[in-house]
Structure formats: C-alpha cells, structure tokens
Design a protein around this ligand. Sequence first.
Ligand SMILES: [Fe+2]
Ligand SMILES: [Fe+2]
Length: 253
Amino acid sequence: MNDAMTLSQRADALEAKMSSELDYIVIKSRLYSMAEADMSPAPNAGQIMAKNPKARVLMGDDPRLPEMPAKPTLIDFFHYRFGPCMHLLQSARHAVKGGLSDKMVLACLLHDISTMGLIRGDHGYWGAQLVEPYVDEEVTWAIRAHQALRFYPDESVGYEYPASYVKTFGADYRPDDYVEADYKRMRDHKWYMSGRMITVHDIYSFDPNVHVELEEFTDVIGRNFRQPKEGLGFDNSPVAHMWRAMIRPAKYL
Ligand SMILES: [Fe+2]
Ligand SMILES: [Fe+2]
C-alpha cells in the first residue's frame, strides 16, 4: 500500500481487497435483519456478486462457524452450536440432586436449547418442537410448559415469580394473553408437575463458580434421547430443517 494513504484510506483499501478475495457472500435471513430493526429490502445477491465476481452466496457450510460432523448428534450441537450452556448443565445437575427421574433430568438439560441455538422468543415452544421426535412425550410437554409456567408461582413446591424477572422485565410486566391461556390449560394437565419441575430446577441466578461438564449427562442422553442414525437434520423428520437451520444459519436458500 502507498505510504501516503491516510489510516482510513488504508482501511478502505484493505476492506476492498478482502471483499474482492472473499469467495463467499453472507446474506442474512430477514429475521436477523428485523431483529436489527432493519426493514430494508434483502440484499441483492446479483449486485453484490457484480462487485465481486469470484464470490458465491453461501449455500454450504459457513467457514466462520465451527465445522459440524456429517451426522451430528445432540452432543455435537452442545459442543459446536449451543455455545457455553452452563445454565442448562447447572439446571440438569440441580435436577439430579433434587431426585428427578432420568427423563426429567434430560428435560432440564434441554429446556433452553432454543435460546442457546435458535430463537429466544417463545423458546419453550421452539425447544419442545426441536426435540419432539426424539424424546418421551412428557419431556416435550414439560419443555413447552416451562415457557408459560415460569411466569406463575406455585407455593406447593416453593416456586416464586423470579425476582430477576422483576428487574429484567419491570415490575408491571404481565405475560401475553396466549401465555396466560396456556398456563391455565397446563395447570390442569396430568403432566403439570413435570413442567413445573423444570421451573423449579431452572437456575435463574447463574453461578459462574459452578462448573459442570456435559459428560456428566452422556448416559442420560443415551438412555432418553433417540439419536437418529442419519444425524440431526438429516433424518427426514418433521423438524430436521430446524436442526439444519442451526447447522447453516446463513444458508442463502
Ligand atoms: Fe427457559
Ligand atoms: Fe432456563
């Protein structure tokens, strides 16, 4: 580069050089753009490619993300997609100490996988759907139920409205009507207490000093999660595409 260039000219030149050398173009899903309050039209792949003829839009693995095995297991998702998930591990250990059944320990281990890997809003519903083909029906039901039950106290098991919610959502926050309606339905369900147990063992006050290894739950997963032999995302299940969305979150089409 020319020594006479200013710092910002150098940065621009470097960026131009990099983008002309980059062999892939990432175009975000509209959902991500809307989360940035960006309602502008989706980027035009043709226009971007015109500036950078060697590049292609991303249709395969994203080189910026950890590579996943061809037939990913649930444990692979924990390692390569869910990121630090100490909250789930701490909740599951808490459930073991509380004497919960094997499958309910799994429910605690999985209850927030949607916030870890897919989407936050309505995460209980998304998370339940993700695991539905692979776990006992009660596990799915409980994960779905924790979404609503977490907002409502149950004195019989010492569950109070989380103090952290008052701080996080404001003292005047009230759950949406559909959450309230689901809570009322779930209250009378035969598996109510299973869903409630997830909220009881949900560690709202994350303890940075408690370290739990996923390996502690390898056997629980093995006994209670029907890992598809083709790998999650490739077993032709009704939710396979949802797992694939986590494998390749920026796939163009
Ligand atoms: Fe949750
Ligand atoms: Fe949680």
